[in-house]
Ligand binder design. Structure first.
Ligand SMILES: Cc1cc2nc3c(=O)[nH]c(=O)nc-3n(C[C@H](O)[C@H](O)[C@H](O)COP(=O)(O)OP(=O)(O)OC[C@H]3O[C@@H](n4cnc5c(N)ncnc54)[C@H](O)[C@@H]3O)c2cc1C
Length: 443
């Protein structure tokens, strides 16, 4: 039998009786959504709000929703400074941040608009910082300003720097809590959520149940690893770290390929929380793929430092020694990863070294808060990023959709790449994906 989510954080809205009826009445669906991360849930919600008369189901392989990227991230509501003007990433982030604040206000979800400083500590960083300021303005990021050393001290008394970009619109929130609330909206509108359903086959029906034309109306069959089935007219996958494998099983290309990068955080000891008020970020180095280690206050009052970025030996592997042979062979045999490693070998080795050596990581952080020492930090949690890579070893930076051709392909849409900050952008991504679903499937 299917399992419908029951957790303290996410109460089923229907009574047991209604759920039973729902099972009986709607064993087939108009649209099945695969993946209960923040992107799948936001899109499921958007679709059912637009089409209340259609039947929707969302399936998720874990016992609970949003336990991977959407439950293991920095918790920042990004304002949209970094991204290339005009790119989808820039537009989705700026709109997404506004929608996220409005949504949290409407649903009484707690957040803290604690702001962010991007701090230059060396003269050579200043031209890049000014370029970021201009980029942020082109992206219509609200309330940006450049501040000097005194301005930095006024905002962050323990932070040193010569100039900073101040973004008071940046905030923090618990993204998993937000994702679960999207799921609740979806259920309240009549959508069905099924957990512990790990999709391993998407195909067309070869026969209809006796005496029906079911196979014609709901031709797509989604099977899980236990052989359970869901039939639907259309399928949308939002598989995060498995988006390439979900695409492959429906006959689509495996590229862009997903390579998992683990980010390990340190945490400040509680007696040192006073050192950090808002988000403090370095000026990103354009030669390197990630934003650099940062100071992030959390909604529970803790302060996270990091993350670094190292190749993970397992997709969804949160511990240093987590290992999966298929994932490793997959990643290491991919030309794209081999090229990326060659291009960034020094950076990669540095990240690995800092992953093992806390003192080396703290040394980087002391450039911003000199008062901090190794004895002030502990090892913290980790997250794993679904990094999409092309064959040339280039990080795929923007949103990617993929569908296919033929019986299955024309009824399936894959969200192949929903890069950071997809949590911030989740509501605007949902609008865009829902538009695409309507267009392709003529809902
Ligand atoms: C370390 C880190 C820090 C980040 N910090 C931020 C931040 O501060 N702000 C921000 O906006 N963004 C941040 N991000 C990015 C953001 O968290 C992600 O972009 C976002 O959560 C992606 O959501 P998703 O739904 O695509 O993926 P996921 O949350 O990974 O969800 C995918 C879901 O699909 C399910 N699934 C996969 N395969 C199957 C299958 N075969 N059958 C059924 N279900 C399946 C998985 O179990 C999972 O629940 C960060 C990411 C990381 C890793």
């Amino acid at each position: 039998m299917f399992r419908v989510l029951h957790s303290a954080a996410f109460r089923p809205v229907c009574s047991q009786r209604l759920l039973k009826d729902a099972r009986r009445l709607h064993s087939t669906y108009d649209v099945a959504i695969v993946g209960g991360g923040i992107v799948g849930l936001a899109t499921a919600r958007e679709l059912i709000l637009r089409h209340p008369n259609l039947n929707f189901i969302l399936v998720e392989k874990e016992k609970e929703l949003s336990v991977h990227q959407s439950g293991h991230n920095s918790g920042v509501i990004h304002s949209g400074i970094y991204y290339t003007p005009g790119s989808l990433k820039a537009r989705l982030c700026v709109r997404g941040a506004t929608l996220a604040y409005e949504y949290c206000d409407k649903k009484n979800l707690p957040y803290n608009k604690c702001g962010k400083l991007i701090v230059a500590v060396e003269q050579e960083e200043i031209p890049r910082l000014k370029a970021l300021y201009e980029r942020g303005q082109k992206n219509n990021v609200r309330d940006l300003s450049l501040v000097d050393a005194k301005g930095i001290r006024e905002r962050e008394p323990f932070c040193r720097g010569i100039m900073a970009l101040d973004s008071p619109y940046t905030g923090i929130v618990d993204w998993r809590m937000v994702a679960l609330r999207y799921g609740q909206d979806f259920e309240e509108a009549g959508g069905r959520v099924v957990t512990e359903f790990e999709v391993n086959d998407i195909s067309t029906a070869t026969e209809s149940p006796q005496g029906t034309a079911e196979g014609m109306v709901h031709p797509i069959v989604i099977r899980d690893t236990k052989g359970e089935e869901v039939r639907s007219r259309f399928v949308l996958t939002c598989g995060g770290l498995y988006s390439d494998r979900l695409s492959q099983i429906s006959g689509c290309s495996r590229e862009p390929r997903i390579v998992p990068f683990r980010g390990d955080y340190l945490v400040l000891k509680p007696e040192k929380h006073y050192l950090v008020k808002g988000n403090i970020y370095p000026v990103p180095d354009p030669r390197f793929p990630f934003l650099g280690v940062h100071f992030t206050p959390r909604m529970d009052g803790s302060v996270w430092l990091g993350p670094n970025a190292v190749l993970a030996f397992k997709r969804e592997g949160y511990k240093l020694l987590d290992f999966n042979a298929r994932d490793m062979v997959d990643a290491l045999s991919f030309r794209g990863l081999q090229k990326l490693v060659l291009k960034n070998i020094t950076y990669g080795l540095g990240e690995m070294y800092r992953g093992f050596n806390m003192a080396a990581q703290v040394k980087l952080l002391q450039k911003y808060i000199p008062e901090m020492s190794v004895s002030d930090v502990l090892r913290g949690p980790s997250g794993v990023r679904a990094q999409a890579l092309d064959r040339g070893g280039n990080l795929v930076d923007d949103f990617v959709f993929d569908g296919g051709v033929g019986d299955v392909g024309s009824r399936v849409l894959h969200v192949r790449n929903a890069p950071s900050p997809a949590a911030t952008s989740s509501l605007s991504i949902a609008e865009m994906v829902a538009d695409e679903v309507e267009k392709r499937f003529e809902l």
